[in-house]
Design a protein around this ligand. Structure first.
Ligand code: NAG
Ligand code: NAG
Ligand code: NAG
Ligand code: NAG
Ligand code: NAG
Ligand code: NAG
Length: 260
């Protein structure tokens, strides 16, 4: 039998360490590439989270659902998978007396479906986004919280069963800090969302478009700095990668907590 070459030895060692880990750790997915997302509502109000799969990734079993305070729901997905999560707030059924039962509409993050399920539609900004790619490259998951499309509620991403993978949080109530020119005000006169400067002013320097369409020409602005100061781990503008993208070995589970 030929000697085991060093790279294979490393793989074997890695495998042994990991299989050990799966037996003794809290991770219950047994080393398959199934990942469980657990969505938890720690807000004092009801929210309607939504999921959107990227091109080529299958729809998740739920594309939109209600979560009461303290509520949680778990969804399983097989890697590779890519997509985003957000939550809709201040929702109601418009004209429920109509024959069709009315349209489900939200003040923030509305996906335009008229129903609780989004079924492949994205959310209207401003909305805090969780962006996730499972098994994206090199056996790693990539994840981030993005305020590039503005903010509507605090979110955290917690990797389960790993001490080395970083949890990411945007816990600040950015609505309470939001400059008036970016604020989205509900019928009840409270600020329910904080628009990105791109959305509010539609200028290339804020949107990283036109002459500002590359990392070297699109720099932070006073508005992106406002978001960065409130949530240092989150994307504050399109090219904010260096401090805002996180990775973790594929195969772990994630808690997505609203109002952590
Ligand atoms: C794991 O992912 C691979 C593709 O990368 C797929 O062929 C395989 O069926 C998946 N295994 C499980 C258990 O989902
Ligand atoms: C949510 O859980 C916390 C802590 O367990 C509890 O104090 C609170 O009353 C719960 N809220 C609701 C609405 O159930
Ligand atoms: C209900 O829908 C109508 C027509 O689309 C719209 O004008 C109105 O503002 C909506 N009402 C609420 C409370 O969203
Ligand atoms: C509610 O729906 C009914 C039936 O579709 C319609 O006649 C009515 O004008 C609607 N009311 C509003 C306020 O949109
Ligand atoms: C969901 O979207 C698919 C593809 O666009 C469509 O075929 C289907 O009818 C939609 N389902 C519902 C319940 O709207
Ligand atoms: C950002 O700068 C603009 C002028 O370029 C100013 O009008 C605005 O008040 C500033 N906003 C913040 C939040 O600092």
């Amino acid at each position: 039998m030929p000697p085991i070459p060093p790279p294979m030895l490393m793989q074997l060692l890695f495998f042994l360490l990991f299989s050990q880990y799966f037996v003794s750790g809290t991770n219950t997915n047994g080393g398959t590439n199934a990942t469980t997302f657990t969505f938890r509502n720690h807000c004092s109000y009801t929210i309607w989270p939504a999921t959107l799969s990227g091109a080529g990734s299958p729809l998740l079993p739920e594309s939109g659902f209600e979560l009461k305070p303290n509520g949680s729901i778990s969804l399983d997905v097989s890697a590779p998978w890519s997509g985003r999560f957000w939550a809709r707030t201040v929702c109601s059924v418009n004209n429920s007396s109509s024959a069709s039962g009315g349209r489900f509409e939200c003040s923030t993050g509305d996906c335009g479906s008229g129903r609780v399920e989004c079924n492949g539609s994205g959310g209207a900004p401003p909305a805090t986004l969780v962006e996730l790619t499972l098994d994206g490259y090199g056996g790693l998951d990539f994840y981030d919280i993005s305020l590039v499309d503005g903010f509507n509620l605090p979110i955290s991403i917690d990797v389960q069963g790993s001490k080395s993978c970083k949890s990411v949080s945007c816990a600040a109530d950015v609505n309470a800090l939001c400059p008036a020119e970016l604020s989205v005000v509900s019928d009840y006169k409270s600020v329910v969302g904080c628009k990105s400067a791109c959305k509010a002013f539609n200028e290339p320097r804020y949107c990283c478009t036109g002459a500002y369409s590359s990392p070297s020409t699109c720099n932070p602005t006073n508005y992106s700095n406002f978001f960065k100061k409130a949530c240092p781990q989150a994307y504050s503008y399109a090219y904010d990668d260096s401090t805002s993208t996180f990775t973790c070995p594929t195969g772990l589970n994630y808690h997505i907590t609203f109002c952590p």
